[in-house]
Design a protein around this ligand. Structure first.
Ligand SMILES: NC(=O)c1ccc[n+]([C@@H]2O[C@H](COP(=O)([O-])OP(=O)(O)OC[C@H]3O[C@@H](n4cnc5c(N)ncnc54)[C@H](OP(=O)(O)O)[C@@H]3O)[C@@H](O)[C@H]2O)c1
Length: 372
């Protein structure tokens, strides 16, 4: 068996369509027939600058939606009760998957930009039977994984999971979750997940604040942000700090989805230090973009959002991060975001799609349809 792939032959070259042998899934793996793929800024950097890639040829790409064709050993196949976990049936189960190629040394079998690819079952979102198109599904894995990873890194209790003490004390809702760059793909899902955190009675979060370009502010509010600020307004830091003071809230947690780290630090700086009870208040930023060197600030810890490098721990993380959207899509608590733009059909459309993404997008996720 063979299939078509958009192959990366060398750094800085456009992908070339080539036929590759179709692999068999190993233990814990699914073979997926790609229906749609979504494009991410890292795809552009990897194609154009060779980021992460140890050797060529390879196949890259992160976000895929498709049909499970084959399953390897130790993949759950017989679960009938949703509460017990996912179940994968060849020819039946529809999934959206997050590539594992980074953790497989960029072995081309694990790249997404091809008609058939391998993905560990923990890296996929089993899709609800109805209501989500292939294109919408392809936009989900990275955009859900990154904010959920950010909340974990900041030590925020997972939605619906109370802290380990048996009877938690009543929680005073006094904190803001700030999402900077909320019209980016990862930021828009950040707002939706943050909204659900605020609605959790065991969480101290009371409000979602977000920044966006002026034309997109209403869209971000529709995703669940309580207040949206124009990040291009020169006084944006003062405006956000004043709003929180008026609301009687503190901002000590920020998910930097896109934009300038120093602006996030300037907001959080207004809320660190000793509180009225003399307790030291610290703050944290989880950054999706790479953190520039030399940007440390006292009292504010900044971490780069990335999964564990340890295999077992990472698979357990992904099992939660990818299981969470299934439940929340089915209940209507979240929806695919931001708006989709279909940039073409077939693997040959990916190069032009990445060129478009390199020029910049606003509140848009670019998707390529691979097959019917
Ligand atoms: N760590 C990871 O694992 C990981 C994973 C995925 C992505 N990332 C990184 O996360 C960042 C976002 O990725 P993405 O795919 O979500 O991006 P994207 O959708 O391509 O981002 C475009 C959006 O960013 C907003 N934006 C641009 N400059 C901004 C600024 N200075 N301040 C605030 N917002 C700004 C724009 O807002 P307006 O149009 O409203 O102005 C636009 O809607 C990228 O740096 C990407 O490389 C990291």
């Amino acid at each position: 068996m063979s299939h078509l792939a958009a192959v990366c032959l060398a750094k800085g070259q456009p992908f070339e369509l080539q036929t590759r042998p179709t692999p068999k899934p190993g233990p814990g793996e699914l073979l997926i027939a790609a229906k749609s793929v979504a494009l991410n800024p890292a795809d552009c950097i990897m194609r154009d600058q060779g980021l992460f890639i140890p050797s060529y040829p390879t196949v890259i790409g992160f976000d895929v939606a498709g049909l499970v064709l084959e399953v390897g050993d130790n993949v759950p196949v017989n679960t009938t009760d949703d509460e017990l976990g996912p179940s994968f049936r060849p020819g039946v189960t529809r999934v959206a998957g997050y590539s594992a190629s980074f953790w497989r040394s960029f072995d081309p079998d694990y790249g997404i930009f091809q008609e058939r690819c391998l993905v560990p079952w923990q890296h996929v979102i089993p899709l609800p039977d109805t209501g989500i198109s292939w294109n919408e599904a392809a936009s989900l894995p990275v955009s859900c994984q990154v904010p959920l990873n950010a909340w974990d890194l900041m030590g925020i209790s997972r939605i619906g999971e109370t802290p380990s003490s048996s009877t938690p004390a009543p929680v005073r809702k006094s904190d803001v979750l700030l999402i900077w760059g909320a019209t980016s793909s990862v930021g828009s899902m950040g707002v939706q997940t943050a909204r659900l955190l605020c609605e959790d009675p065991t969480s101290s979060f009371a409000a979602v604040y977000a920044t966006a370009g002026a034309v997109n502010m209403q869209f971000v509010a529709s995703l669940g942000a309580d207040r949206v600020f124009d990040y291009k307004e020169p006084r944006v830091v003062d405006i956000i700090v004043s709003a929180a003071k008026v609301d009687g809230l503190g901002i000590r947690h920020c998910f930097l989805a896109n934009g300038k780290l120093e602006l996030c630090q300037a907001v959080l700086k207004a809320f660190v230090g000793d509180n009225q009870a003399g307790k030291r208040q610290k703050a944290m930023i989880a950054s999706a973009p790479v953190i520039p060197p030399g940007t440390e600030m006292e009292g504010i810890e900044t971490v780069f959002v990335f999964p564990s490098l340890e295999e077992e721990e990472r698979l357990a993380q992904f099992q939660y991060w990818m299981g969470w959207p299934r439940k929340n899509l089915a209940s209507g608590a979240i929806r695919p975001s931001p708006e989709l733009k279909i940039v073409g059909k077939g693997l040959e459309a990916i190069n032009a799609g990445l060129d478009m993404l390199s020029r910049g997008v606003s509140c848009t996720k670019l998707v390529v349809e691979i097959s019917e």
